[in-house]
Design a protein around this ligand. Structure first.
Ligand code: F6R
Length: 609
């Protein structure tokens, strides 16, 4: 989705803004723009497509000298991708400039009102009402005009603004869209995402909803929408720059797949107490007693995080006896969810900023649930808005397609399950057994990653097919869904995930020699049943790729290709079994010439509903 960078300080703004935009590219965008205050004048440039095209244009212009500027990568919502619609947007006299993430829901009414008052609009965007509103209210001070404008606006926003009429300052505001302010030595860098800040400073302030920040040579001050000054805490980011770079890998996606042994280990680090068979989850300390009394859990999330939630459902119900329901966050509030004080509502989110998940969280909060988060991005809105939670500690995930966040979410679900189960009936012995198996998972993932040459060969063989099924049962059913999602988003091949048992209720009609199926068929409680489903596909001439355990030779006659993974206990299988599916999707995507890190139409952090 859209990305924002703003700079005020002692250095030239241009290279800092361009580098920031490049670091935000992974979020997905279709156009980019920049404006720099160059002593008495604003200079702006925009381009459709990649930041590199903007860079080429900028080099020819003299934007270099300014030390205040804002820049943006836009992911179109209102109005097609074009220079006219790209941010920053300005007022009638091109003196007030604004970059905005989010959606101004009442922009039509505001636009009509502003046009009646003589304002001239240049774009089709909702954003453009903001600089015009600021212009309308401007009386010599940018933040005062912004505050007045914000009071008129309904919707979500992260905003940065600069003005030639009140120069040498940058103002920022937020409501339901993330905005972080990096604090350097007499300089400030404002961004929608920490990755644009990391190379300058790790000292940051997170803006809360309906807060405004004003940065100038005197420092930084914070206000609410009543202009009351606020004091805010600074935080230190614990991500380093190398984790936001490719480190020699051709794509972030491959790097992140290969980081999984470490990211899983990081999710588990310091949280397993072997001799007591329990997990230590500091983020749940303040709700420990409430957790012992919860009678029902609702999990809500989107996409890959939703599939992690489905695995969580199987796990928590099997091991704790607590009833669990999983909902797509985009559906949750439309179905009148039943919530009481014994219900825990759990959001799973890599970014911690997904608009649908935030909306679901708001609904659950209003209904009085205990709210929990499994979130990767430290300091993100969901992590701050929930009552308690568990951070993934998987490090920044840059590639649009989620990989290491998923295996980390699965690992956290095991930790949470152990936490809840040991508060209830799970025995010490069982707790210890799970911990022992869990500790071996990073090494087993490493073992799977050694097998890339075979997976590459299989990718080459199957890359020409235009339809795929992914099938599994029980714990591996959500893995099948995730395998299909990975393939479709990275390669643009039509792929569907199914419960293997559901196949005969309709989808089997599609099977023929041109429709391969990937079966996740590791040796667990539903193994024989999945093998029967494979036989049904085989009998209809469908090509089969099977994922099974090392040493299981029984599938050689049914499957056309077999990928072997190490054995583990059934509840941990998803963490291992998804890895070859990630690699298969990655290599097919690369072989079909796709932009795997930034697939078309997708965005890393989906901040619109
Ligand atoms: C798929 C993918 C998405 C996200 C979904 C939720 O590879 O990345 O399906 O999982 O948009 O995002 P978060 O976890 O940030 O809430």
């Amino acid at each position: 989705m859209c990305g924002i960078v703003g700079y005020f300080g002692k250095n030239k703004a241009l290279p800092i803004l361009l580098e920031g935009l490049e670091r935000l590219e992974y979020r997905g965008y279709d156009s980019a723009g920049i404006v720099v205050y160059c002593g008495e004048k604003m200079k702006s440039l925009k381009s459709v497509g990649r930041v590199s095209s903007l860079k080429e244009k900028v080099i020819k212009e003299d934007l270099i000298s300014g030390k205040v500027g804002i820049a943006h990568t836009r992911w179109a919502t209102h109005g097609k991708p074009s220079e006219k619609n790209a941010h920053p947007h300005c007022d009638c006299k091109r003196k007030i400039w604004v970059c905005h993430n989010g959606i101004i829901e009442n922009y039509k009414i505001l636009k009509k009102w502003l046009i009646e008052r003589g304002h001239k609009f240049r774009s089709e965007t909702d954003t453009e009402v903001i600089p015009h509103l600021i212009e309308e209210y401007f009386q010599g001070n940018l933040e005062n005009a912004l505050v007045k404008a914000l009071k008129k606006i309904e919707g979500t926003y992260a905003i940065v603004a600069i003005s030639e009429k009140d120069p040498n300052k940058i103002v920022a505001a937020k409501n339901s869209s993330p905005l972080i302010i990096g604090i350097g030595d007499k300089e400030f860098i404002v961004a929608s995402d920490a990755s644009a800040i990391l190379s300058y400073t790790k000292k940051v302030v997170y803006l809360n909803d309906k807060e405004v920040a004003v940065m100038n040579a005197d420092g930084i001050k914070f206000l609410d929408l009543f202009k009351k000054s606020l004091s805010k805490k600074t935080h230190i980011l614990n991500w380093d720059l190398s984790s936001a770079q490719k480190s020699g890998y051709p794509h972030f996606m491959l790097k992140e797949i290969f980081e999984q042994p470490e990211s899983i280990a990081n999710s588990l680090r310091g949280r397993l107490i072997n001799k007591e068979g329990i997990t230590k989850l500091g983020g749940l300390d303040n709700v420990r007693k409430k957790m012992a009394n919860i009678k029902r859990i609702l999990i809500s999330s989107c996409g890959t995080a939703f599939y992690a939630g489905l695995v969580g459902e199987y796990l928590i119900e099997e091991k704790t006896g607590i009833p669990v329901e999983v909902d797509l966050a985009s559906e949750f509030r439309y179905r009148k969810p039943i919530i009481d004080k014994h219900t825990a509502f759990l959001i799973v989110s890599q970014s911690g900023e997904t608009a649908d998940s935030l909306a679901a969280l708001k609904e659950a909060k209003e209904k009085g649930a205990l709210t929990l988060g499994i979130v990767n991005t430290v300091g993100s809105t969901i992590s701050r808005e929930t009552d308690a939670g568990i951070y993934n500690h998987a490090g920044p995930e840059i590639s649009v397609a989620s990989t290491k966040a998923f295996t980390s979410q699965l690992s956290i679900f095991i930790l949470l399950t152990l936490f809840l189960a040991r508060q209830r009936q799970m025995s010490l012995i069982e707790g210890k057994e799970i911990i022992n198996s869990l500790k071996k998972i990073p090494a087993k993932v490493k073992q799977i990653l050694k097998n890339i040459s075979q997976i590459k060969r299989i990718a080459k063989k199957y890359k020409k097919f235009n339809n795929f099924f992914f099938m599994g049962r029980k714990y591996n059913y959500p893995v099948a869904l995730e395998g299909a999602l990975k393939l479709k988003e990275i390669s643009y091949i039509h792929a569907e995930g199914y419960s293997a048992g559901e196949m005969k209720h309709g989808p089997i009609a599609l099977i023929d020699k041109n429709f391969p199926s990937v079966f996740i068929v590791t040796e667990n409680s539903v193994y024989e049943k999945v093998v029967s489903n494979m036989e049904e596909v085989k009998a209809r001439g469908g090509p089969i790729i099977a994922i099974t355990n090392i040493g299981n030779k029984k599938l050689d006659k049914i499957a056309d290709d077999v990928i072997y993974v190490p054995k583990t206990i059934e509840i941990l299988e998803p963490i291992l079994n998804v890895v070859p599916l990630q690699l298969l999707a990655y290599y097919i995507g690369v072989m079909r010439g796709r932009d795997v890190d930034k697939p078309r139409n997708l965005a890393k952090s989906v901040t619109v509903e």
